[in-house]
Structure formats: structure tokens, C-alpha cells
Design a protein around this ligand. Structure first.
Ligand code: PMP
Length: 404
């Protein structure tokens, strides 16, 4: 048994005091926020509010210092080599759109290939597709094996085609499966590819050391790491970030503008056009400070115990078939009820005030490949309790009785 004190951890999250009747199993969509994150955002607006970089006045200097201190926090968190490798975005989706636009306009040439896995979220599919056809670039997909993990034999064959980019999720948001990134990224680098990792789900499972991992770009969203919505991070190795053509043009990202042409500022400003989400960055830094107080291994072990408890209970309920393999999951179990649409099950659980997500989880191609209409996703976090697992299992048993 893990020695992690989930009840004490839960006390940091005011959401649960305000919603005592709810069981929140939708952390994969967004996590709840600890009081210190809420306080940090509020304090900025109440006490410090001013725009960054622009003003000559002291208030603006203070806001700039707080915003740039947040960048330092992220740099330390990921162990990036320098602070200008941390680009603030509005989230993972924005980071991928910047990457696709930036790489398509510089590094990628007609005939080049991009390789993704069949487990990717739409954020790591659609931004590439927006450009692939017009640029003559091919998007290849690593199929899955029996365990619903990337098929590593086919991966080797696809790497032999020399993709310029290999872009993989750390953890599947649809199934919870943790990809074997150590092996996959090393193989991608050996094949000469630029490597990108979608850390939207993975960051709360394992924080990468971006100097140790063979990763050139890493993206994540603050709101899945106990931070605010509307703030995210695009980490990139300096030499690659410098080659990215900016997706957004405007204030802050230039060094000189005439009506004929503009020249761009140095990193990170070059990729941060317009007024940034200042309070969001400060909130994200507070979330990082919050999570660093806890032992990630203990938290993961605890989440694993909740999953085991849930999986054991599921096996007693006829008709339910989990898609997720618990031993390779980062806190998620997705399942199906034979012959029923996932939404029906989720609606019955909603009536019992159990928040889960149903559908294709922004991974439509995955469910098309599996020939399934989607799944019901149960996402467990460190603030969930064993008693909540029991209540959820009872509600599931009752719901399946109704539907069958
Ligand atoms: N990738 C994965 C794996 C995700 O789970 C999500 C969020 N569901 C995203 C990308 C997109 O993140 P956001 O909506 O915060 O931009």
C-alpha cells in the first residue's frame, strides 16, 4: 500500500468543499485547482495587474518580473538548458499549431514524412493535416499491437522511411496507455528525426528531464497539471526554436517594423506575439510549486492502487469490457458496455453525480480503427479516494442493469 495521504492532498482543493456530492473522475479533461493556484491568479489581478514588457512604469516592471519568474519555474521544472527555450502558449493545441506551421514553413519540404502514432489526440493530427496536402508532406501512422500500444516492429519499418518528424504522445488521453518513449525517441533520433512529445496527459505522470530525454520539442497544458486554463508551454531546443517561423505576428515579437517588412525579436518573445496570459503563467508557476512538494512516485503508486481497485470491481460487472490495460495505464480506465453507446452509460452516471467523459475523446481515428463508437473514460487523480471507487462501481453495476 502506498503511504500517500490522499485525504490530506484533497484538502488543498476547494472544489471538493463546494461540490461534496460529486465524484470527479474527469481529471484527464482538466484537473481541479489547489487554493494556492487560485490565490496566485487572484493576487495578480487584485494587487499587481499591469501589462508586461511595454510600460516604463514600475507596475509593468513588477508584472514583467513575475511573468518571467514563471518562465524560470517552468525551465527548472523541465530542466531546460536555458529560459528562452520556454515559450508560453495558450495550451498544447496552440503549441502544436505553432509547431506545424513553423516546421512546415522551414524544415519540411515536399516529399518529407511526419510519423505519429495511432494513439494521438486530434491536437497532434489536425495541425499537421492543415498543411500536409498543400506542402506535399506525408503523414504516416504507427499502428497498434494487441496491447493497444504502438507496434514497435512496424515503427522500425516506418523509421526506415526517414521521417523528418516523429511526434508522439507521452500518455494516451483516450486509453491512458503510457508509451515506451525512452525506446521510441531513441530510435527516432537514431533515424535522424526531430522528436516532439505531446505531454498534455504525461506531464502529471512523469515530468521529463528535457536534457536527458531525446526530445526536441515538448508541449503541455497548465490546466491538466493543477494549473489554470489558457496557459501552456512549448519547450524546444534553442537551435530548433530558432528555425520556427512564427505563427502569430503582432506586438512584442518584433525587433523592427516598417510598412514593407518586419524583423523579429529574439526568443522567447519571437514566438509570443501579443499580450500573454500573465495571470495564467503566474498560476502555472504556483501549480508547479504546489506539485513539487509531493513525491511523484508515491502519487503514481496511489493512482495505480485506485486503478487496481476499480479494475477488480469491474470484472464483477457483466457486460463491461475495459479497453485499457491497467498495468500500462497512467490513471485512466476506458471501457465499453457491450451493445450500448458510451454516452448512455455516462448519462446514467451523471445522474448519480459521477463525472466521467464518454465519446471518442478527440481521438476519432483511434476509435475508427478499433471499430468502436467510443468509450467511457474514468480518469483518477491523487485527490480521488477508495470510497469514491466503491460508489462508482455500485453506480456502474446499477447503470448496466438498467441498460441491459
Ligand atoms: N493532447 C492530449 C493527449 C490531450 O489529452 C489534450 C487535452 N485533452 C490535448 C492534447 C489538447 O490540450 P488542450 O486542449 O489543453 O490544448
Amino acid at each position: 500500500m502506498s503511504s500517500f495521504d490522499a485525504l490530506a492532498f484533497r484538502q488543498f482543493f476547494p472544489f471538493f468543499n463546494h461540490n461534496p456530492e460529486w465524484i470527479y473522475l474527469d481529471t484527464a479533461a482538466t484537473s481541479q485547482k489547489p487554493q494556492q493556484v487560485i490565490d496566485a491568479e487572484l493576487a495578480f489581478y487584485q494587487q499587481q495587474n499591469s501589462n508586461v514588457h511595454r510600460g516604463a512604469h514600475q507596475l509593468s516592471q513588477h508584472a514583467t518580473a513575475a511573468f518571467e519568474a514563471a518562465r524560470d519555474s517552468v525551465q527548472q521544472f523541465l530542466n531546460a538548458a536555458c529560459r528562452s527555450e520556454i515559450i508560453f502558449t495558450s495550451g498544447t493545441t496552440a503549441a502544436f499549431n505553432q509547431l506545424a506551421f513553423g516546421l512546415m514553413n522551414t524544415i519540411l519540404k515536399p516529399g518529407d514524412r511526419i510519423l505519429i502514432s495511432a494513439l494521438e489526440h486530434h491536437a497532434n493530427i489536425v495541425p499537421w493535416q492543415l498543411h500536409c496536402q498543400s506542402r506535399g508532406v506525408q503523414l504516416d501512422v504507427i499502428p497498434l499491437d494487441q496491447q493497444l500500444m504502438p507496434d514497435l516492429d512496424v515503427y522500425q519499418q516506418l523509421l526506415a522511411l526517414k521521417p523528418k518528424i516523429v511526434s508522439l504522445t507521452q500518455v494516451s488521453n483516450a486509453l491512458g496507455h503510457i508509451l515506451p518513449l525512452a525506446t521510441m525517441l531513441r530510435a527516432a533520433k537514431a533515424a535522424g528525426a526531430i522528436t516532439i512529445v505531446d505531454g498534455a496527459q504525461g506531464i502529471s505522470w512523469q515530468v521529463p528531464d528535457v536534457q536527458q530525454w531525446p526530445v526536441d520539442f515538448y508541449c503541455f497544458s497548465g490546466h491538466k497539471l493543477y494549473g489554470p486554463t489558457g496557459i501552456g508551454v512549448l519547450y524546444g531546443k534553442q537551435r530548433y526554436l530558432e528555425q520556427l517561423r512564427p505563427l502569430l505576428g503582432g506586438g512584442e515579437m518584433i525587433s523592427d517594423v516598417s510598412f514593407q517588412r518586419s524583423s523579429f525579436a529574439a526568443l522567447p518573445a519571437r514566438l509570443e506575439a501579443g499580450t500573454p496570459n500573465i495571470a495564467g503563467a503566474i498560476g502555472l508557476a504556483a501549480a508547479i510549486e504546489f506539485i513539487r512538494q509531493f513525491d511523484a512516485q508515491q502519487i503514481n503508486q496511489y493512482k495505480g492502487e485506485l486503478l487496481q481497485q476499480f479494475a477488480a470491481g469491474l470484472s464483477q460487472i457483466p457486460g463491461l469490457s475495459p479497453l485499457t490495460r491497467v498495468e500500462q495505464s497512467a490513471g485512466i480506465i476506458s471501457l465499453q458496455l457491450a451493445g450500448e453507446h458510451p454516452n448512455d452509460l455516462a448519462m446514467l452516471l451523471n445522474e448519480q453525480k459521477i463525472a466521467v467523459r464518454a465519446g471518442s475523446h478527440c481521438a476519432m481515428p483511434l476509435f475508427a480503427m478499433l471499430q468502436l463508437p467510443g468509450a467511457v473514460r474514468f480518469a483518477f487523480a491523487a485527490y480521488n479516494l477508495p470510497a469514491e471507487v466503491d460508489v462508482t462501481l455500485q453506480a456502474l453495476a446499477a447503470a448496466t442493469e438498467i441498460l441491459r
